[in-house]
Design a protein around this ligand. Structure first.
Ligand SMILES: O=C(O)[C@H](O)[C@@H](O)[C@H](O)[C@H](O)COP(=O)(O)O
Ligand code: SF4
Length: 606
């Protein structure tokens, strides 16, 4: 079944807009695939270096071009609870590949930042840039050109988007994403946030706060809120980069290992040496990208994907815009309530029916393109499943439940939680911005209040502690854009602004920076473009100006006449503190080269 008329029309518009870049991309891809098995063009010395550590039988196999070789790109480190399980994956994959008559080599590693460790810290100013650096790093691994397919081991925020950019830059290769799964449920996310607000008010100390945080983040796996990392898993499944049912199986379980082994065997089966050749750059097309956006809206996914999906699409020559994302939001109902959009976590979401139920429901109403290619084959019907471990350690897939196992977490398409998706675009005399309203109560969808201007998160936190913010106001936190300081997440503002909102004040955030995918209850107009350091209108706002943020009409304005606003000189800021320390001096070229937020805030594509 093809997608309904409205979604198909948006897709057709994207196809038309992308024609020049998509055609050039596909020409390059076909030229690469026409050269046959990649390593066959390597010289003897190149090849000898490439398989120097292999066994004699592996060398024989690799010297020919009949045995497929998998290139593993791993984002393993002990810093990300979500990536720590990857430590053992290469050995599992090598064994599974050998059992299936193939070979697997770790082509390279990529850096992976934990936004939870760096949240509110200087390191966060490297976070967004790390996405493009991850793409470049993965490219270094794959540029050895020894491989017939790639396996990507990555989960978190910037890592999956960076790896997708790499996979599409090497679009002549089939690629499968291999996740490690969510942490088991610990202290509920809303209880964690309640303790944070108590700490922000000085009602509990660090000991109580650390105890709550440690009970929430307590072991291997992805943090269980529906932030960017878990939005990534949803995207990889709905866009066809995961095998069906892979996204939300906990690490360290037999089913998780069975899925990893299956991914290795499937990657061998979809190389050019087999009969199901599925190069990633052909598999992912405009329909796949639209399916990703649909999934984002239907689940209340991370606002960061208004940056990452745009950049990921560009890597395949596809031009996705915020307008496309906003118009799709009007068509797609909210079907999942996972924190911060509800009280449940991703384990509850999976138990309620998870991705299989979600995709089945969206397909019922033509809200997804079913005529897409995936690593599992043709179409998304294969993804409307529930997955379990079979008797002999294999993966068994059965039809997804007809009804949600928990209607408070996962709704049917007939009775959605909200008629449209959580992500909207705002426009007005302050430029363009993004807002996620799926976690904002309806009485906060319109905020009109005086501006209070800050040039850092710390300034706002200090003003809160000094009791200066007990009022209605719009916090204008500027000089947080990609060119200013790498566009950090300002998630540390969630507790103080949440306290003020709970006290009954009408507050909102307006920033050229980002928020965490885990932010949610306070209305926030984020990714404001043009940014302050580029002289954008946000740099002309003064304390006391009346700001109107209207998420219903999709407008963002400072209530000044055009002449008054134009007569004001945009203020500048001293950003010297953001140029050194914690590696920030290494990223000056990125700050200079990065494009605008509505084009993905990328140094790779403008
Ligand atoms: O976009 C995201 O989902 C966030 O970057 C997330 O990955 C980050 O880790 C949050 O900071 C976690 O939330 P807390 O900071 O509230 O633990
Ligand atoms: S979800 Fe966020 S906090 Fe959790 S491991 Fe990943 S990057 Fe770190």
């Amino acid at each position: 079944m093809s997608a309904n008329a409205r979604i198909s029309a948006i897709t057709s518009r994207i196809v038309e807009r992308s024609k020049p870049t998509r055609e050039r991309y596909l020409e390059r891809l076909q030229a690469a695939t026409s050269r046959g098995v990649s390593r066959s063009i390597l010289g003897c010395a190149n090849l000898a270096h490439g398989f120097a550590i292999c066994s004699p039988s592996e060398k024989d196999a690799l010297a020919g071009d009949r045995v497929p070789n998998l290139g593993i790109i791993t984002a393993y480190n002990d810093m990300l609870s979500a990536h720590q399980p990857f430590e053992t994956y290469p050995a599992i994959i090598r064994e599974a590949a050998a059992q299936a008559g193939g070979i697997a080599q770790v082509a390279g590693g990529v850096p992976a930042m934990c936004d939870g460790v760096t949240q509110g810290q200087p390191g966060m100013e490297l976070s967004l840039f790390s996405r493009d650096l991850i793409a470049m790093s993965a490219g270094i691994g794959l540029s050895h050109n020894m491989f017939d397919a790639a396996l990507f081991l990555g989960v978190c925020d910037k890592i999956v988007p960076g790896l997708v950019i790499a996979a599409l830059s090497f679009g002549h290769l089939p690629s499968i994403f291999v996740p490690a799964g969510p942490m088991t449920s610990g202290l509920p996310n809303d209880e964690k946030s309640r303790v944070r607000q108590l700490y922000a008010e000085g009602k509990v100390g660090r000991a109580e706060l650390l105890e709550a945080e440690s009970k929430s983040y307590h072991g291997p796996g992805t943090c269980t809120f529906y932030g960017t990392a878990n939005s990534n898993q949803m995207l990889m499944e709905i866009m066809g980069f995961h095998l069906p049912g892979s996204s939300f199986i906990n690490p360290g379980t037999p089913l998780r290992e069975a899925l990893t082994r299956e991914a290795a065997k499937r990657a061998l089966a979809i190389t050019a040496l087999g009969n199901e050749f599925t190069p990633a750059g052909e598999m992912i097309d405009e329909r796949s990208i639209v399916n990703g956006v649909v999934g984002l809206h239907a689940t209340g996914g991370s606002t960061n994907h208004t940056l990452h999906l745009v950049a990921m699409a560009r890597a395949a020559g596809i031009q996705l815009t915020w307008q496309d994302i906003a118009e799709l939001s009007e068509e797609i109902p909210l079907l999942a309530r996972v924190y911060p959009n509800g009280l449940a976590d991703v384990n509850h979401f999976h138990a309620a029916g998870g991705m299989g139920f979600l995709i089945k429901e969206l397909l019922k109403k033509g809200m997804l393109h079913d005529d897409v290619r995936t690593v599992a084959g043709q179409g998304l019907q294969a993804y409307t499943i529930d997955v379990r471990l079979g008797d002999n350690g294999t993966v068994v897939r059965e039809p997804a439940p007809q009804k949600s196992h928990d209607g408070k977490v996962l709704a049917s398409i007939e009775t959605p939680f909200q008629a449209n998706g959580g992500l909207k675009m705002l426009r007005g005399n302050l430029g363009k911005a993004v807002i996620k309203i799926s976690a904002v109560k309806p009485d906060r969808h319109i905020i009109e209040a005086p501006a209070i201007v800050f040039h850092s998160q710390q300034e706002l936190q200090d003003a809160f502690k000094e009791g200066k913010l007990n009022r209605d106001f719009v916090a204008v936190v500027r000089f947080q854009g990609p060119k200013a300081n790498g566009m950090p997440e300002l998630h540390k503002l969630t507790p103080p602004l949440g306290v003020l909102q709970d006290r009954g004040f009408h507050v909102a955030l307006l920033t050229d920076g980002r928020m965490s995918g885990a932010s949610g209850k306070v209305p926030a107009a984020i990714h404001v473009t043009p940014e302050a350091v580029e002289g954008g209108p946000i740099a002309r706002i003064k304390d006391g100006d009346i700001i109107r943020l209207d998420a219903i009409r999709g407008t963002l304005e400072v209530l000044l006449d055009a002449a008054t606003l134009a007569d004001r000189e945009p203020v500048t800021a001293d950003l010297s503190d953001n140029e050194f320390g914690m590696g920030r001096e290494l990223f000056a070229p990125f700050r200079r080269a990065v494009g605008t937020s509505d084009h993905g805030a990328s140094v790779l594509f403008h």
